[in-house]
Design a protein around this ligand. Structure first.
Ligand SMILES: [Zn+2]
Length: 171
């Protein structure tokens, strides 16, 4: 059985706010008693997830992982199209988009991609990946957990003062 990962990430965040984002969520989870010091779910975790199946409480791995570097969250399905934000052309056959992605990963100054159709340069993160890929500056991943309740996501949004993207991905 492959691992299912449920991740939450800020839609936008400044690099200098990442460690605060992480510690606010970590404190919330600990203070609520939904994770142990080892970042694994306690019985209380059922109060913040949608599906009440207790299986994830004993499955391995089931920890919460805080990632403070850039990563791409994706749903595990093949990417069929990447649309230019300026003209809507599908650039997936172009050779240069993976260079732009590498530049983004390595925090290069520019990670623009020139569209082969309209020649406009846009940040690779502005291209339309049809919600299959999400460029995150940091994230919190719940290994093999069910989806978090919407009300709990909202609580995190209020606490961190940022909009949250939730995504389920598969390894
Ligand atoms: Zn274009």
């Amino acid at each position: 059985m492959s691992d299912l990962i449920y991740s939450i990430a800020p839609l936008e965040i400044k690099v200098e706010n990442i460690s605060q984002f992480k510690s606010k969520i970590e404190d919330l989870l600990l203070n609520r008693g939904v994770i142990s010091k080892e970042a694994r779910p306690t019985k209380e975790a059922l109060s913040i997830v949608k599906n009440q199946d207790k299986l994830f409480l004993s499955i391995n791995p089931n920890y919460v992982e805080f990632v403070t570097s850039r990563q791409i969250l994706y749903d595990g399905n093949d990417l069929e199209a990447i649309y230019c934000p300026s003209c809507g052309f599908n650039v997936i056959e172009d050779n240069y988009w993976d260079d732009a992605i590498n530049n983004w990963f390595t925090y290069s100054e520019s990670y623009n991609l020139e569209c082969s159709n309209c020649k406009v340069k846009n940040s690779i993160t502005k291209y339309n990946f049809l919600d299959k890929w999400f460029f995150s500056e940091c994230s919190v991943s719940f290994w093999n957990w069910p989806d978090l309740k919407d009300s709990f996501i909202h609580e995190i949004e209020v606490l961190t003062e940022t909009k949250i993207k939730a995504l389920r991905n598969k390894l």
